[in-house]
Design a protein around this ligand. Structure first.
Ligand code: 4AD
Ligand code: MG
Length: 430
């Protein structure tokens, strides 16, 4: 019977006949024996192939081929403390399916080389572990929203206006006209709360980020939600519940992968709701007390985010940012209209912003005034403005950067490891 490797690494299979399929991870010849470590999507196992036990042509071929050759091995499982995963398959039949010679990825290749060969590097055990964590995070996110009564929906990717400011828009030719790749599905989600009340989407967002940092991609996966009748605090409660849920699911399902990546689990295990809330002005004082060079009114840059959040051991919500440093749609605080009812969630350990969200302006006059202040033409946003004319309601939403989250949870050094094919200022291949 054909098994996945991880299924058979247990005593009940000792001396049983098993067949596995996978790729050669390591290979070593010792006299009449060839030791092959085979990997599949689940784990690795050592196989020992003795010359006289298998077909001679297959033995010769096995001796020649290199790592990443695909292979089928049939044999008896034995316990062996010296083998990398504690067991060994004594082969009596092998089949080379797709040979591989001179696999380009060897030890100590540069980061640039690994990125150029990402289509091959995704097979590494490290990338495999990250991709599994990513799978769990995406799955758990859908579980969370559905359980919470949010409907899944989708906005377009070709759009005609900015959500998060014009400077990071990607322009694309569109049959003789101009269109942009969306920076966020927020405005479309806002239209959909009038039918579904609570909505979410998981979709790509595009940012023409000119900055080269450890936290910026030009194309990233964005989990966004929007809810009618919600105020800032209501949404922050859903978000902290979501973050705690996602972490729990990853700890349940992917502890082995986290350990493989040498993630410090203690910090993840200690994360509980509610998260601390801090006003922007408090954050600035906190930053100044921790020797970060920042003044009231400044936006947090990548370096400031790193320096500030190195002092955190759990996520922190930052609220009440000055109106000037947030996009026009944020609702000014009725108690102090110089600040807006927004929230950013900063991840600890130097990771920084993973969520941006807040309450939206729902009164027509206020929105038109804010657009005028920002030099925006309401005609370009006629449909967004319409929402404030026909039965407007208070509402709040947020966006979670999926790669930012995975970057943090997996404890990665750069966001480019959190996605199979990263797109950055310098990279559109493979
Ligand atoms: O803070 P941002 O720009 O907020 C919005 O787009 C809102 N319209 C979302 C909403 O309220 N529906 O982006 C939201 C999140 C950030 O907190 C960050 O996690 C992620 O998106 N993000 C990026 N991730 C990777 N690369 C980039 N260049 C990113 N820009 C933002
Ligand atoms: Mg933001």
């Amino acid at each position: 019977m054909v098994y996945h490797i991880d299924e058979i690494l247990r005593d009940e299979y000792i001396d049983k006949k098993v067949t596995i399929r996978g790729w050669i991870y390591r290979k070593r010849r010792v006299g009449k024996l060839i030791f092959v470590v085979v990997r599949d999507s689940t784990n690795i196992v050592q196989c020992v192939v003795e010359k006289n036990n298998v077909n001679p042509d297959n033995f010769k071929l096995l001796d020649k081929v290199g790592v990443e050759t695909s292979i089928i091995v049939e044999g008896y499982l034995r316990k062996d403390e010296r083998a990398p995963t504690g067991y060994e398959i004594q082969a009596d039949r092998i089949e080379i399916v797709g040979p591989s010679y001179n696999f380009p990825i060897t030890k100590d290749k540069s980061d640039e080389f690994l990125l150029d060969n990402r289509h091959l590097w995704v097979r590494s055990r490290e990338m495999t572990a990250i991709l599994k964590i990513r799978d769990t995070v995406f799955g758990a996110l859908h579980e969370f929203f559905r359980e919470k009564g949010y409907y899944e929906t989708h906005g377009p990717m070709f759009v005609t206006g900015a959500v998060e400011g014009g400077s990071t828009l990607f322009e694309v030719p569109y049959f003789g006209k101009k269109a942009y790749l969306t920076q966020s599905s927020q405005f479309y989600l806002e239209t959909l709360i009038y039918s579904l009340e609570k909505v979410y989407t998981v979709a790509p967002s595009f940012r023409a980020e000119k900055s080269r940092t450890r936290r910026h991609l030009t194309e990233y996966w964005h989990a966004e939600a929007e809810a009618a009748w919600y105020h800032n605090e209501d949404m922050m409660r859903d978000e902290e519940e979501m973050v705690v849920y996602l972490i729990q699911r990853v700890l349940e399902e992917r502890k082995r992968e986290l350990q493989f990546l040498k993630r410090d689990l203690e910090i993840l295990e200690g994360i509980e709701k509610p998260f601390k809330r801090m006003r922007y002005e408090e954050l600035i004082r906190f930053a100044q007390d921790h020797s970060v060079n920042i003044q009231y009114g400044d936006d947090l840059g990548a370096d400031e985010e790193t320096m500030i959040t190195q002092n955190f051991d759990a996520p922190v919500f930052i609220t009440h940012y000055p109106i000037e440093i947030k996009p026009f749609y944020h609702r000014p605080d009725p108690e102090n209209p110089k600040v807006v009812l927004c929230h950013d969630l900063l991840a600890p350990e130097g990771y920084g912003e993973i969520i941006g969200g807040g309450e939206r302006i729902y009164k027509l006059e206020v929105l038109l005034q804010r657009m005028e202040d920002e030099g925006l033409n309401p005609e370009d946003y006629y449909w967004y403005v319409d929402l404030r004319k026909y039965g407007s309601v208070p509402h709040t939403g947020f966006g979670l950067g999926m790669e930012r989250f995975i970057w943090w949870i997996a404890g990665l050094s750069h966001i480019k490891y959190a996605i199979p094919y990263p797109r950055t200022i310098r990279r559109t291949k493979p």
